[in-house]
Design a protein around this ligand. Structure first.
Ligand code: PRT
Ligand code: MG
Length: 237
């Protein structure tokens, strides 16, 4: 077994905030607060375990290529990444929201779909959006954006967007309404597949501890269920 520290990749903000209580239950405390520290590698109270602070959408990439052994990433990010080289043993049930199609209040989405119109859809979730509309047989031109998708229908760049919705406040503030569900989203523990083989003795107990800490958020070795599924209409991938 390698003697290098176990690295856990996390992003600041939502994911970090909701991971802190889980880490505490696993017996891991960060020795610096990534929100205020400029350090990107943060030692923890557990010897041999360190946190690395990455951009949310980069987490799967770091774990896939072995820059980190473990990571915590939203299902949205994992779907876009494709999940290659990653084992996803636990749905932690944190940072939960829904991926949805939204449009301007004035736009009759259902009618447009019924009429077989070709829709312009702006999103940063290109893969998820493509799969969603393909499964429904809706023709779309996807416009890739990197943020503030809500603006696209307002300025006429798109007929609809695919974005994450939690409280619904952002949509309301921009005179948009959710018109269709794409998938429920929550954050998962991801593991580098090769590391799991070479460092199983260290990693498996950690994975088990995260599963227990998520409290019903999945049993070790099995794909987890969301802790508090809101509308469990679609099976998790
Ligand atoms: O911000 P940055 O570009 O660095 O990266 P990121 O946006 O990917 O990271 P971050 O930290 O904002 O989100 C990390 C993860 O949190 C996401 O990958 C999701 O899995 C999860 N998550 C949960 C959310 C939300 N809820 C959420 N509401 N991520 C983003 N939002 C945004 C949404 O895109 C929209 O702009 O919040 C807005 C809607 O919120 P409401 O409450 O107004 O509906
Ligand atoms: Mg963000």
């Amino acid at each position: 077994m390698s003697t290098r520290s176990i690295r856990i990749a996390l992003s600041k903000g939502r994911i970090y905030d909701e991971t802190v209580p889980l880490l505490a239950r696993v017996g891991i405390r960060a020795q610096e607060d990534p929100e205020t520290s400029r350090r990107l590698v943060i030692p923890t109270s557990r010897r041999g375990i360190e946190l690395i602070i990455v951009r949310a959408s980069d987490t799967p990439t770091y774990v896939q290529h072995g820059g980190a052994d473990l990571g915590i990433a939203g299902r949205d990010v994992l779907v876009e990444h494709g999940g290659e080289g990653l084992y996803q043993p636990v749905d932690l049930g944190i940072a939960a929201c829904r991926m949805m199609v939204a449009a301007r209040r004035e736009f009759d989405y259902r009618l447009a779909v019924r009429q077989g119109a070709r829709l312009r859809v702006a999103t940063k979730y290109v893969r998820a959006a493509r799969e969603h509309f393909a499964a429904k047989g809706v023709h779309v031109d996807i416009i890739r954006l990197y943020g503030s998708m809500e603006l696209a229908p307002i300025v006429g760049l798109a007929d609809a967007i695919v974005d994450l919705v939690s409280s619904g406040r952002t949509l309301r503030a921009n005179n948009l309404v959710a018109v269709e569900d794409v998938m429920p989203v929550s954050a998962r523990l991801v593991v580098n597949q090769a590391a799991l083989k070479t460092k199983r003795a260290t990693l498996q107990p950690l994975i088990d501890a995260f599963a227990a800490a998520a409290d019903g958020g999945g049993r070790p070795g099995k794909p987890g269920k969301p802790r508090k599924p809101r509308k469990p209409r679609k099976a998790a991938r």
